[in-house]
Design a protein around this ligand. Structure first.
Ligand code: PML
Length: 249
């Protein structure tokens, strides 16, 4: 038996559109790890650099081990870019190489760059037309119930490549789960952390980081998943939100 532990912290009135999202986290852990993981999440929500949380939701739920799907971790590449414009151009090229239509790429970048507040989950967008497919507004689809199978091995693997921050640790796990879903062509993401400007494009083959994808100081971030025509959206949303997945390096 494993436990899915999920945290979401918000500011303002939680009853009004769930408040302003400031922090979130996802783990899938053993009973032994549960108390320390839950405490660390609570601490992260309480002492968040973006201010005090007015609302913290910590959910713990059992998951049967036999329902957990094993998924390989995506390899990581980093592209150093001199500016946000150069970063977005390179990300655009990577998305087009992955099979996303140029018009859909342009529409998606415009949609992410034009957000008035951060997305809590991801937008699902048609990879050919650029039309948004989910109707979840700023909530989007939250990818949930995933973790790394062997945390120490994962951290060593990341460290050997010079990566040690929590953003990359969590994003690679999430992207690996998303890219294992049938029908997902690629993902584009940049962070809502005002100090974190690196973003990424992931494809079923590779997680590519671009060192500047948004302006320093911007608190607005989000994710877009590009979806192949004919994909069963209900099945996809179900996998992204509910299928427990452990990622292996
Ligand atoms: C986030 O933390 O909100 C998204 C992470 C984006 C990039 C992580 C990285 O590869 O450095």
């Amino acid at each position: 038996m494993l436990y899915s532990v999920r945290m979401r912290a918000a500011q303002g009135d939680a009853h009004e559109k769930g408040g302003k999202h400031i922090s979130g986290a996802e783990r899938l852990v053993s009973q032994e790890q549960l108390p320390s993981v839950a405490t660390a999440m609570l601490r992260r929500a309480l002492f968040h650099s973006r201010g005090t949380a007015d609302f913290i939701n910590l959910t713990v739920e059992t998951v049967l081990t036999e329902n957990v799907q094993a998924v390989p971790c995506l390899p990581i590449a980093t592209v150093a870019v001199p500016s946000v414009t150069a970063g977005r151009e390179s990300a655009q090229a990577e998305l087009i190489r992955a099979g996303v239509a140029p018009a859909a790429v342009a529409a998606a970048i415009e949609a992410l760059a034009g957000l008035k507040s951060s997305l809590r989950g991801a937008m699902l967008v048609d990879a050919q037309t650029g039309v948004r497919l989910d109707d979840n507004g700023e909530k989007g689809i939250r990818v949930s119930r995933m973790d790394i199978a062997d945390e120490q091995a994962y951290l060593c693997w990341l460290n050997r490549q010079g990566h040690s921050n929590i953003h990359i640790q969590e994003a690679v796990v999430l992207a690996s789960k998303v890219m294992a879903a049938p029908g997902v062509v690629a993902e584009l993401c940049w962070s809502d952390d005002p100090e974190y400007v690196t973003g990424y494009v992931s494809t079923p083959m590779l997680y590519t980081r671009f060192t500047k994808l948004k302006p320093y100081g911007s608190p607005i971030g989000g994710r877009i998943f590009f979806i192949k025509e004919g994909t069963d959206l209900e099945q996809l949303a179900d996998y992204l939100q509910y299928q427990p997945v452990l990622i292996s390096v």
